[in-house]
Design a protein around this ligand. Sequence first.
Ligand code: NDP
Length: 433
Amino acid sequence: VSRNQGETEFHQAVREVISSLGPVLDKHPEYAEACIIERVCEPERQIIFRVPWMTDQGQIKINRGFRVEFNSALGPYKGGLRFHPSVYLGIVKFLGFEQIFKNALTGMPIGGGKGGSDFDPKGRSDHEIMRFCQSFMTELYRHLGEYTDVPAGDIGVGGREIGYLFGQYKRITNRYESGVLTGKGLTWGGARVRTEATGYGSVFFTEEMLATTGESFDGKAVTISGSGNVAIYAAEKVIELGGRVVSMSDSNGYVVDERGLNLDLVKDIKEVRRGRISEYVESQKRARYVADGSIWDVPCDVALPSATQNELDETAATTLVQNGCVAVAEGANMPCTPAAVHVFQDAKVAFAPGKAANAGGVATSALEMQQNASRDSWTFEHSENRLKSIMVDIHATCFETAQEYGAPGDYVLGANIAGFVKVADAMLAHGLI
Ligand code: NDP
């Protein structure tokens, strides 16, 4: 803690993983002898840089850029970039740390990293976004490469931003290195299903989890926080599987329609108009908008927190349990506080941690790298089948690992142990580096 002062979210993420590892260290004393835990908690490299850019009015702005290259035991560093005013080193390190084990769980050859900036894209013009992305990449490019470090999107970084970042990388390096970024546009190296992957994947994982008790999404009321990339495509798959999405949100408030939200309208507001979720009720009179409340007060059978970290606390978890919620899967990274997770586990609510439930995004990014390496482009159907089988495998791995270590149904323990063992074995094999 003294070496990482003030990095609250990073401490939280490390504590969560380490608290699962006691039984692993009993079984594998070689991990302790080789100081694997101490090593895995220390990033291999941390890059912090200045990002100067100019507004449309000619005003100079300075932001801070980050890239934490956390662990490359299993492959090149892989993880998204987040542009949000709350970004600081502690957030980037928590996300990078989680990413190590998530990437290990996918079974793909990718290490863990994460990056971003405290830049706030809200209200910025296209030109301002482009200038910011170009400035950001002008420093970051020297640290990247398809065999070194491969960023992708995250909060505030979608297809538009990846396009500007890729364009600047290509210009500076004079290389059309498709595999250096993922989440690219379909006409220039992107992969089908990457946009949908995290949301679809979290629903596939939840479907598996529900199936262990003979349940399915059919007829279920589902609350999904956020209305960004993860939330929208989680909603799409829930609806396809016969569920009703009763509520979605953004950072200002949430909309509720017990008979099921109209996803086309949500997509139009968020993806086309880049507007606010409050606009939903302007044309859908039977829905209601609640500003500043808790979306978790809306009764539901399944909850998919898909906005941001620590958005679902103990009080919200208690309300969900009282309202009869049977399953919770983290579409976002660490959206549930540790106390909330305890509430779910004590109440025997099926709970899927983000590093397992939202791993479909990065897994499909690895499939994008695979297609780039072979100059190939797969169909939607083939890509979705690959995603589904990866999520089914991750579920089975977490489920079986939890059973093996005497904690059946504990997906947190199962995910942490299965991810850690894979990374630890590779680190042991590589010697003291
Ligand atoms: P987007 O930027 O597309 O959407 C984020 C959504 O969450 C928006 O609706 C946003 O509302 C809301 N939100 C963001 N910050 C806050 C906040 N502080 N309080 C309340 N609401 C907030 O991001 P993504 O959908 O890509 O990412 C969502 C989560 O999923 C993140 O935790 C991310 O790390 C995780 N994730 C994403 C993956 C991906 O492939 N995209 C992969 C794996 C995990 P507003 O517009 O008002 O800010």
